[in-house]
Design a binder for this molecule. Structure first.
Ligand code: KG4
Ligand code: ZN
Length: 338
């Protein structure tokens, strides 16, 4: 405890950010240290799992120290450690889990394992101090595209998921083939602002009526085929137009389904989470569609949308208050489900 407040240390190493953060009383952010490996992986056009693990190992201790120092908190003040234990890259997750277990053991601090996807949703509690469940959540990241009903703290009911590629993965892939590089999502977002979203008629895949699932692999193939045939016929590719048209085909379906889920479940709030939630056009479209149904849209700032330790600390706090505890047998679970 510090100044009468419950202090949580959150640790996140599921992909390419080594991150640690401190919260007070669950949702007051005291520090948010993020050591991003993006520059290193950019050279290879994507995250290289072995390099990610190595970099997490090199940076984990200094990142945790920075989180404590920035928050002006000593390890003795920490009441709870929350750590991402899945889903993610196994070698990357292991580093965070091992660090969390070591500190918990050495300093006798309770430990909670956090589902990375629950963490993304919990990011909204930090940005919106009055937000309480129930609400609908849309989690769109490099690995996941989910619509989730959140009836209570520490409860997530997955209503829909992608059956193949995640939205961010589709963005990353198309960005690579049109020469925008990695990470593709923000680059497509930027290029699309200069482009015509009606330039190429990419398909919108809604699957069965009432389904909240997604499928982006067909759209990805359509885009790849289009690019091949344009190149073969010697036509010059307009990167901005393709970015805008492809982005529109992805975000229109995502926005429609998220709003449809909120309407069906009578939720008047929609929380957006995950890296792709910072997409400008997705935010714009959801705001437009939500206004028609009197749905309030809550969007964490970009720094809380992408992977961070703060979201893990907040999710851990509510899990702990709900009775969750992890033992020293906590293990990384790369395929952990919602
Ligand atoms: O949540 P996140 O940081 O990591 C996980 O996948 O868990 O999400 C990263 C994904 C990447 O695919 C990246 O290209 C995408 O989010 N992304 C975006 C934007 N910013 C990040 N996609 C579209 N528009 C953006 N502005
Ligand atoms: Zn993530």
């Amino acid at each position: 405890m510090k100044n009468g407040k419950f202090i949580t240390l959150g640790i996140e190493t599921s992909c390419d950010e080594t991150a640690a953060a401190i919260t007070a009383d669950g949702r007051q952010l005291l520090s948010n240290a993020i050591n991003s490996q993006i520059d290193i992986h950019t050279e290879f056009g994507g995250v290289v799992p072995e390099i990610a693990s190595r970099k997490h190992l090199e940076n984990i201790n200094s990142t945790i120290d920075k989180a404590l120092k920035d928050a002006d908190v000593d390890i003795e003040d920490v009441d709870l450690i929350g750590v991402t234990y899945g889903p993610g890259l196994v070698g990357a997750l292991i580093i965070g889990v091992a660090a969390a277990k070591s500190i918990a053991y050495a300093c006798d601090i309770p430990l909670v394992g956090v589902n990375h996807m629950h963490g993304h949703i919990a990011a909204a509690y930090l940005e919106h101090p009055d937000l309480e469940p129930p609400f609908m959540a849309l989690v769109v990241s490099g690995g996941h595209t989910n619509i989730v009903n959140v009836p209570a703290y520490n409860m997530c009911e997955k209503l829909g998921e992608t059956r193949d590629d995640a939205a961010g993965e589709a963005f990353d892939k198309i960005a690579r083939v049109i020469g925008l590089g990695y990470p593709g999502g923000p680059k497509i977002d930027r290029a699309a602002r200069e482009g015509n979203k009606e330039a190429v008629a990419f398909k919108r895949v809604y699957l069965e009526p009432d389904s909240f699932d997604f499928s982006f692999s067909g759209l990805k193939t359509q885009a790849l085929n289009y690019l091949n045939s344009e190149r073969q016929s010697g036509r010059k590719i307009n990167v901005s137009d393709i970015a805008a048209s492809f982005q529109e085909a992805v975000v229109e379906v995502v926005a429609d389904k998220a709003i449809a889920a909120a309407v069906k479940y009578n939720q008047n709030r929609l929380v957006m989470a995950g890296g792709v939630a910072s997409n400008t056009r997705l935010r714009e479209l959801i705001a437009l569609k939500a206004a028609k149904h009197d749905i309030e849209v809550l969007k964490p700032s970009s720094i809380l949308c992408t992977d961070n330790g703060a979201m893990i600390a907040t999710a851990a706090y509510y899990a702990y208050m709900d009775g969750d505890r992890a033992g020293f047998d906590l293990e990384a679970d790369p395929a952990l489900q919602f």
